[in-house]
Ligand binder design. Structure first.
Ligand code: NAD
Length: 292
């Protein structure tokens, strides 16, 4: 039926999205490789599926929240004949993973050839935004497919930004996360300078947030997760490093030289000795690279 959604990936973001859709009246079937995540989803009113063969065929909409483009492409390629096999008609795949523009374009073409739609629809807003249905969603894909997916997208997102054709959503997301990665470093360096010059970093942070040096990082991440010592934003070092690498790769493919991006990318990679991929990415705001 028109409200059946298969949610593939029930991690930090996918679990909240699945719960939001269930709360808003969609009939949600969830799948994750982790039994613990399936159990958590069941507690939110999501029907846990044993495998993709159970989750996909009846779904009118398929929403992905997987770590990488490769994970999403792997599922679509292995299970393409299952998509829409019971639902009939045009199924819309909404990929909320932070992925690669080229992979999104390929998947959109393959699904279109099979009579289905694909939107790259990466998100911003973290696990809290996912659980509240208040994400910012940046979308690449055809207008008609977006129109079909609107009910699902409106349930998940408070800000819906149609950026352009397939791949455009992921270009916008990689630019966004590149800036987050850079602001993490520049804000940490600014506060380090304040402390070295004998002024409390907390006092300078208050100044930034009332003045023109503020960013979302200075307003939210530094006070909430870094200066507080909590480091539990729900976004991992491994995923952020993936996004920085993808932004660098996009710059190379696009033939632009971005010196500050290259330096930021180097610093994120350099952290690997001290910070694990499973650490929260906000640890980078307190990370002191050797010799700095
Ligand atoms: P996560 O690692 O918490 O969750 C990913 C989930 O996918 C895990 O539960 C894992 O078991 C599952 N999984 C992996 N491969 C699978 C497969 N083949 N089939 C079914 N399940 C599979 O990651 P996350 O933080 O929820 O991020 C998901 C995506 O959203 C990533 O692309 C990330 O970059 C992006 N993102 C994350 C945040 C955030 O704040 N966490 C914000 C915006 C975007």
């Amino acid at each position: 039926n028109e409200t059946s959604v298969a949610m593939v990936g029930l991690g930090s973001m996918g679990l909240g999205m699945a719960g939001t859709l269930a709360t808003k009246g969609f009939s949600v079937t969830g799948f994750d490789l982790s039994p613990a995540r399936l159990e958590a989803a069941a507690a939110l009113g999501v029907r846990p599926a044993a495998d993709l063969a159970e989750a996909l065929p009846a779904a009118r909409f398929i929403v992905f929240s997987l770590p990488t483009a490769r994970d999403v492409a792997g599922v679509v390629e292995a299970h393409l004949p299952l998509i829409g096999s019971r639902a009939g008609g045009r199924v819309i795949v909404v990929d909320t993973s932070t992925s690669e523009p080229g992979v999104s374009r390929d998947l959109a073409a393959r699904l279109d050839a099979a009579g289905h739609g694909f939107l790259d629809a990466p998100v911003s807003g973290g696990p809290a935004g996912a659980a509240a249905g208040k994400l910012a969603m940046m979308i690449g894909g055809a207008e008609g497919d977006l129109a079909l997916a609107r009910p699902v997208i409106e349930a998940l997102a408070a800000h819906i930004l149609h950026v352009g054709p397939s791949g455009a959503g992921n270009v916008a997301k990689l630019v966004n996360n590149l800036l987050v990665a850079a602001h993490m470093i520049t804000t940490a360096e600014g506060l380090k300078l304040a402390a070295a010059a004998g002024v409390e970093p907390e006092a300078v942070l208050r100044v930034l947030n009332a003045a023109s040096g503020k960013t979302f990082l200075s307003e939210v991440h530094f006070p909430t997760w870094i200066m507080s010592g909590r480091f539990d934003s729900g976004f991992s070092m491994g995923l952020m490093k993936k996004d920085v690498r993808l932004a660098e790769a996009l710059a190379r493919e696009s033939g632009v030289e971005l010196p500050l991006t290259a330096e930021a990318a180097r610093l994120w990679e350099e952290s690997a000795g001290a910070l694990a991929d499973t650490d929260d990415f906000t640890r980078m705001g307190a990370f002191k690279p050797a010799g700095r």
